[in-house]
Design a binder for this molecule. Structure first.
Ligand code: NAD
Length: 483
């Protein structure tokens, strides 16, 4: 168990030290309700101080050479690998994430920091062919990359270590300093990083971690004059607020989706078995509380019955229970509000003619893995992000019709298609409005170095270590006259 849980009362990590917080708020396990810790919340004044500390620390950190920044990040990855089981348990406890999924998150986190270490050493500019214009003759020019300064990061509850790594890793690789405000529901996974970065040799003040209330700290984290970049992962509603507040500052917004999957005709029974297992995994993993969880599945009439039968059987077979139990596939939702919201949306869909094929029971923050069909296109369950264990399976007369329905969304993060036809694969790649189109793969697929992000209301900018790192730097031109 982490030090942060043992001490019972947590502190803020500012300037390489643990500082008394303005107030404390109790954190409880979403699964058992047992108290986990009293979390120290930063006041806006403390957040401002953390930003100013970061600005000071960055002045010397920007001179730390790339090989040293890489060494620190590699060490962070090694320490996390050594503490794998303990950190997975922290995630399982505070996020009610089944332990096997929590371990997977730790493994991805290690990879994200390793990629960040490599990224730090790969920063490179370019020579500019100045003599391509007559006035450019007799000049040699090249570009350099400079860190921006202070990056503030605001993160969600659902991947409390890896999504934090996607911000901290690239920021440190670039030579920035950072203030991190983790989600209220999962601060312990973030606080532990303070110890880890300290042990890895990061200079004090370069990474500051301040749990707190998002609304209360919103303004200071996005408008303080020392803040150069705001990186946010979370709901579209909060993303819009941050974008408005940030003004001319650069932002990355990684927001939600109601990810679609389109299934073509022409698959064998064996292929449908495999596909159904992947769909169940992509729709119900961590209770569907994943930004690229499959929500809408559009299935060609020719394979609809066979595939849906398998999906329903797969959803029924999921083990619901304690996140610390090795056998558990699905545990509790993050809170009761999530259960109430999902119940209201499911009731609306059913009142308007949708049919529940399996599951459907919701009590408090417990929800059975649910598969529905016949959901009206304008019902909230279809148009909004469900962010829960629910799959919509709909019959379509053609692959093209499936693509058309996939695009009927205000979101566009990852989209998936299963097809054996090359022309259909190309049609999907060309026409689906999304940050990524995955062919013969579920939209829930992500490896941590690929460019990742959304179009439409799914966000602005791209993560994936290298892409995030360059976003957190400024390109500077140097031109030298030679005559
Ligand atoms: P959330 O938006 O409720 O909270 C995210 C963070 O924002 C928290 O740290 C919270 O304290 C903070 N916050 C809340 N109000 C704020 C305000 N007014 N100003 C500034 N910060 C504020 O999201 P959540 O419930 O933690 O996470 C779920 C959402 O995150 C889903 O929509 C999901 O799709 C999205 N998400 C997206 C990605 C991605 O990479 N695109 C990844 C994971 C989660």
């Amino acid at each position: 168990m982490s030090k942060a849980i043992e001490v019972g009362k947590t502190h803020l990590f500012i300037d390489g030290d643990w500082e008394e917080a303005a107030r404390h708020v109790e954190l409880r396990s979403p699964y058992s309700g047992e108290p986990l810790a009293m979390i120290g919340y930063a006041s806006p004044e403390q957040a401002a101080r953390a930003i100013e500390v970061a600005a000071r620390a960055q002045k010397s950190f920007r001179k730390v050479p790339a090989w040293q920044r890489a060494q620190i990040l590699r060490k962070v990855a090694d320490i996390i690998a050594d503490r794998r089981e303990e950190l997975a348990e922290t995630i399982a406890r505070e996020a009610a994430k089944p332990i096997r999924a929590a371990r997977q998150e730790i493994d991805r986190t290690i990879e994200t920091y390793r990629f960040s270490a490599e990224a730090a050493k790969s920063i490179r500019g370019e020579t500019v062919p100045m003599d391509a214009a007559p006035r450019g003759e007799h000049h040699v020019a090249f570009t350099l990359w400079e860190p921006l300064g202070v990056v503030t990061a605001i993160t969600p509850f659902n991947f409390p270590m890896n999504l934090v790594a996607h911000k901290v890793g690239p920021a440190i690789a670039a030579g920035n300093a950072m203030v991190l405000k983790p989600a209220e529901q999962t601060p312990l996974s973030a606080l532990v990083l303070g110890h880890i970065f300290q042990d890895a040799g990061l200079p004090p003040g370069v990474l500051n971690i301040i749990p707190g209330d998002g609304k209360e700290l919103s303004e200071v984290l996005t408008t303080h004059p020392d803040v150069a970049f705001v990186t946010f992962t979370g709901s579209p509603a909060v993303g819009k607020i941050i974008r408005q507040q940030a003004g001319l500052r650069r932002v990355t917004l990684e927001l939600g989706s109601n990810s679609p999957l389109v299934v073509d005709e022409g698959f064998t029974a064996h292929e449908l078995d495999k596909m159904a297992a992947e769909i169940v995994q992509g729709g119900f993993s961590y209770n569907g509380q994943v930004c690229i969880s499959i929500q809408r599945v559009y299935i060609h009439d020719a394979v609809y019955d066979e595939l849906v039968e398998r999906i329903v059987a797969g959803a029924k077979a999921l083990q619901v229970g304690d996140p610390l139990d090795e056998a558990t596939d699905v545990s509790a939702l993050i809170n009761e509000q999530a259960g109430m919201r999902l119940k209201a949306w499911l009731d609306e869909a059913v009142d308007r003619g949708a049919k529940v094929l399996v599951g459907g029971r919701i009590e408090g923050n417990r929800m059975e893995p649910t598969v529905v069909t016949g959901v009206p296109l304008d019902a909230k369950l279809c148009t909004e992000e469900a962010f829960g264990p629910i799959l919509l399976v709909e019959r379509v007369s053609s692959f093209e019709k499936g693509l058309e329905l996939a695009n009927r969304s205000k979101f566009g993060l990852n989209a998936g298609v299963f097809t054996k036809r090359m022309d259909h694969a190309m049609l999907a790649i060309e026409t689906v409005q999304a940050g990524a189109v995955l062919v013969n793969q579920v939209p829930t697929y992500r490896v941590d170095h690929m460019p990742y992000g959304g179009v439409k209301e799914s966000g602005v900018g791209r993560e994936g270590v290298l892409y995030a790192m360059y976003d957190m730097m400024e390109r500077k031109l140097a031109a030298i006259r030679t005559n």
